[in-house]
Design a protein around this ligand. Sequence first.
Ligand SMILES: [Zn+2]
Length: 246
Amino acid sequence: MTDHVADLEPMPTDWRRCLAVVAHPDDLEYGAAGAIAAWTAAGHEVHYLLVTRGEAGIDGMPPEQAERVRELEQRSSAAVVGVDEVEFLGYQDGVIEESLDLRRDLARAIRRHQPELLLTLNHHDTWGPGAWNTPDHQAVGRAVLAAAGDAGNRWIFPELVEEGFAPWNGVRWIAVAGSPFPSHAVDVGLTLDKAIASLAEHRAYIEGLGDHDPVEYASDLLRRFAAGTADRFGGRPAVSFELYNR
Ligand SMILES: [Zn+2]
């Protein structure tokens, strides 16, 4: 006997621009990049905004070196899935708070890019039973959900209007990757190879995790994730999202 698990809906496709906002280099590559590759191949525009450069992510490398290495790895990994524009806000890795400064920075970026779709990483306390999420992911994901509204309201952060950023109330959805409560999915059958190549670009980071070959590591992990989601998406390898409507 198997537990009943609800099927995942296909993600909406009637949008032009997506802004993906995450805490660290590699956050988008642990799954979401397969969906991003499918979107860019279909003509959607996707931009990346990284809150930090992930400088605290490699135990054997000091932050001032790691931030340079990881920025380059993130830019390469974005290019593999058809994303040319990668921006960094430069917050300190590991100690991000869901602050008004962060919400203002995100609202500014949303007004500038005018996306219909926002994408972020799991903001919930856990990844699932027994797996605690990190504070940076929680803070950034929650700030992204808040900033979707902030971007549309001229009276929140009025200084942004003075800077020349008019309100953008066109965000229709916020998709959360890696959520323990997924509702939607994207078929990655044709883009899994690109997703694997994209994660493998985080070479210094993956090598820092232990004695891994980056391509083998990325392939094992992403094939397993995609197959795990297939059970709920008509047997197709897929990446899941929790979708919030606005
Ligand atoms: Zn992360």
